[in-house]
Ligand binder design. Sequence first.
Ligand SMILES: [Zn+2]
Ligand SMILES: [Zn+2]
Length: 464
Amino acid sequence: MNERQTTLVNNADKYRQMVLEAERWLWKHPQTGYTEWEAHNYLVEKYQELGYEPVLAGKIDGFGDIPGFYVDVNTGREGPVLAVFGELDALDIANHPESVNGMTHCCGHHAQSAALLGLAAALKEENALDGLCGTIRLIAVPAEEMIQLNFREELRQKGVIKYLGGKTEFMHRGILDGVDLAIMVHGTAAGEGEPYDFECGYGNNGCMAKTIRFKGKSSHAGGAPHLGINAQYAAMLGLQAVNDLRETFPDQDTIRFHPIMMGVNCAVNIIPDEMKIESYVRGKTLTAIKRENTKVNRAMAGAALAIGAGVELRDRPGYAPEHHDKEFMKLVESCCSDLVGEARVRFDYEDWGTGSSDFGDITCVMPGVQFNAAGATGTFHGIDFDPSDPERLCMNSIKAQLFVIDALLSDEGSAAKKIVAAYEPEYPSVKAYLAAIDTMVLDKDAVVYDANGNVTVDFQNTVE
Ligand SMILES: [Zn+2]
Ligand SMILES: [Zn+2]
């Protein structure tokens, strides 16, 4: 650690109490995507106390009201614009012992928001921007977890949002316009025998979000099942068909389909006339996702047909595959090593994760790195998840990010400029990216019966 880095660490440490209090407060106020108003209000007030004027995502002209905001830290000198994200949303997981209204932060996003607040505070210190150029945009973003697909579709239909993921929606709202590169720190659990503080892989699967609604006919389950059409059985058959198709998913595409049945809305003695399934199709490329999704939709249509049911297919863009810029990764790795020592840093330049994040959407249009700060225990998205060490989860994260900001934007921003110049975007602009994913939208009544019982099957997305 050099002298400058020691100063940055001291700047962060001044706000330890505020950060750790925020971590506890946010943990106790979990809300799911696009409803995170408690965290939003709490954080807006804290940023205001620090002297910031948050720009509210929900108050941008022409867009619906959603939680989330950003603040710009301007160094006063021309230079690259760096986005730093902190996520706001929790998950539905009622069996977590500390759940509140059925929700907890079992992905640790509350720690990101607490860390982003600490970062905002540390950047207000007198010497924080010494020698730096450009702008740091701190973005508190909602709705990373792609959940509650029906609720989000309702928001979409009301015009409150256009995209299900928060970062994608922020891109749509212009919040990433003019931004050159991006970082984000997610929490992680270092497993037993792996005493690292920071880790990072090369990238993650992208995904498509799916809602599948089987339509049957209700009747007396004991007395007259022959008068009904069992939508639940049709759904089960559809899932079985996809299970039998799994061996046809090429290994290199790392496809994941993990459906969840959303329950029936009738009594046990009624043949269920409706069964909804939510799922994603995840994969390594959008091409692979689209290809395998067509098979999934065909399986659903076939299952509906076999039972005499109908099925509505709804596909929505999820997240793009996430590719970290390798030169940028090296810079981040070196900053993390400066902070905690090489032995406690694990960067793998090939490792591919099969989860997904809307940070992937960001990396389609600008160089970005999402790295992980350890400090949690238990299972992510599990009932034993515990952000047991906020010192590592939050304070380490703030310090590493201060180092990265400094490394990118000092020396006339030369490191940032070099990364940006060498980066080859998958899409030339945010607009081009959004136009590409808009072609994934599909709404089809896939199995339609005529008066004679003949059937028209239509499950394919023919939009190029
Ligand atoms: Zn998660
Ligand atoms: Zn997460």
